[in-house]
Design a protein around this ligand. Structure first.
Ligand code: ADP
Length: 344
């Protein structure tokens, strides 16, 4: 297959070659006619045309050779700038030297920028692990002591309820801190996601096992439709976390009775698709994009508990693996969240 550049070059060669052949033929014709078919003049003209042809060819060859020398020089300049080697042209007034100066400056600036970014990233990483470590122990203690307080004999019912609230809210705070830590780690590319080919059934069942008790409590019928051989390129641990967020929502936003969640997985040519369909309250089409934004919560769901980062985290996890997630829904009927993971 010829490139555009090659096609243009072939076209120019044909036009110039054709024009030259035409002019030569006309010239020889006129000279031969004017000199009334004089053989000596004919030979002189042929010799003249031949010399012009040789000279033109030599000129074209020289220009081509010069161009490729310049291209090689530019290539060398860029290679040297990338690998941080000393400049090739020195400091002269030539255009090539000025170009080398600019290219070298550009690479110096981008390497300084990269070093700055790396430094920022490692300080964020340190800060995040500090927050995560330093809050873990006090929070576990609050949960433990509020649990003990709740069981203290002779406590009034009201005081017991307060102790239970402290325990629940502390557990939520722990969950929120962990989610924010995960969010920040994902956004800063700190988490190493290992996306090899795995059967999706294991990941789905792992995610379902984490929401099953909650679903059963609400009387929701959860069904998995997945061939054990259905594969996808994904990190089972992180993908299960993304699916848990979607399933928790499916449970949370299901109507009080008679709910149903269907999880269907099938592999297509490029992507393996996992649909999580619920029979819940549904989402208006105008909100389909917004619900994936961080801290976005629909006005319709203000009476449900939540902070609005579950879907954002799920989308981050899936895009980090080369996948994506989308939603379609009918208010009052239910929603389908479709997760797409690379199939190859
Ligand atoms: P949260 O559930 O904590 O509010 P999410 O990021 O998980 O946060 O979801 C964002 C919003 O998307 C929710 O507030 C809710 O309005 C809507 N939503 C998500 N999943 C569903 C669902 N299965 N059915 C109805 N609404 C949903």
């Amino acid at each position: 297959m010829r490139t555009n550049h090659e096609r243009r070059r072939a076209f120019l060669y044909t036009v110039y070659g054709g024009a030259f052949a035409l002019l030569t033929a006309v010239y020889i014709g006129i000279v031969t006619y004017v000199t009334e078919f004089d053989t000596a003049t004919g030979w002189a003209s042929a010799l003249f045309v031949l010399s012009m042809l040789i000279l033109g060819g030599a000129l074209a060859w020289t220009v081509k050779a010069e161009t490729s020398v310049t291209a090689e020089m530019l290539n060398e300049i860029v290679d040297r700038a990338i690998s941080g080697q000393p400049r090739q042209t020195g400091y002269t007034e030539s255009v090539v030297s000025s170009l080398e100066h600019k290219v070298t400056r550009y690479f110096e600036m981008s390497s300084t920028h990269k070093q700055k970014l790396d430094a920022e990233k490692s300080s964020i990483k340190a800060l995040i692990s500090d927050i995560s470590h330093q809050t873990k122990t006090p929070l576990s203690n609050i949960i433990l002591y509020s649990g003990l307080l709740e069981e203290t004999p002779g406590l009034s019912t009201e005081a017991r309820q307060h102790a239970a609230s402290i325990r629940d809210q502390s557990a939520k705070l722990g969950w929120l801190i962990q989610s924010l830590v995960n969010m920040s780690r994902l956004e800063n590319g700190i988490i190493a996601i290992r996306d090899d080919l795995h059967p999706v059934i294991g990941t789905i069942t792992k995610a379902v096992s984490q929401v099953y008790a909650g679903a059963e409590q609400k009387g929701i019928d959860v069904r998995i439709h997945c061939d054990p051989g259905t594969m996808a390129r994904h990190d089972p641990k992180w993908t299960a976390e993304a699916l848990v967020n979607l399933l928790e929502n499916a449970v949370k936003y299901s109507k009080p009775t008679g709910g149903r969640i269907d999880i269907t997985a099938r592999a297509n040519e490029m992507f393996t698709r996992i649909d999580i369909a619920d029979t819940g309250i549904g989402i208006a089409e105008s909100e389909w994009n917004d619900i994936f934004k961080r801290f976005y919560r629909s006005k319709e769901t203000s009476q449900y508990e939540g902070v609005g980062i579950g879907l954002y985290l799920s989308r981050e996890i899936l895009t980090a693996q080369g996948g994506y997630v989308k939603v379609s829904s009918t208010p009052g009927v239910g929603s389908v969240f479709s997760v797409f993971l690379p199939a190859i």
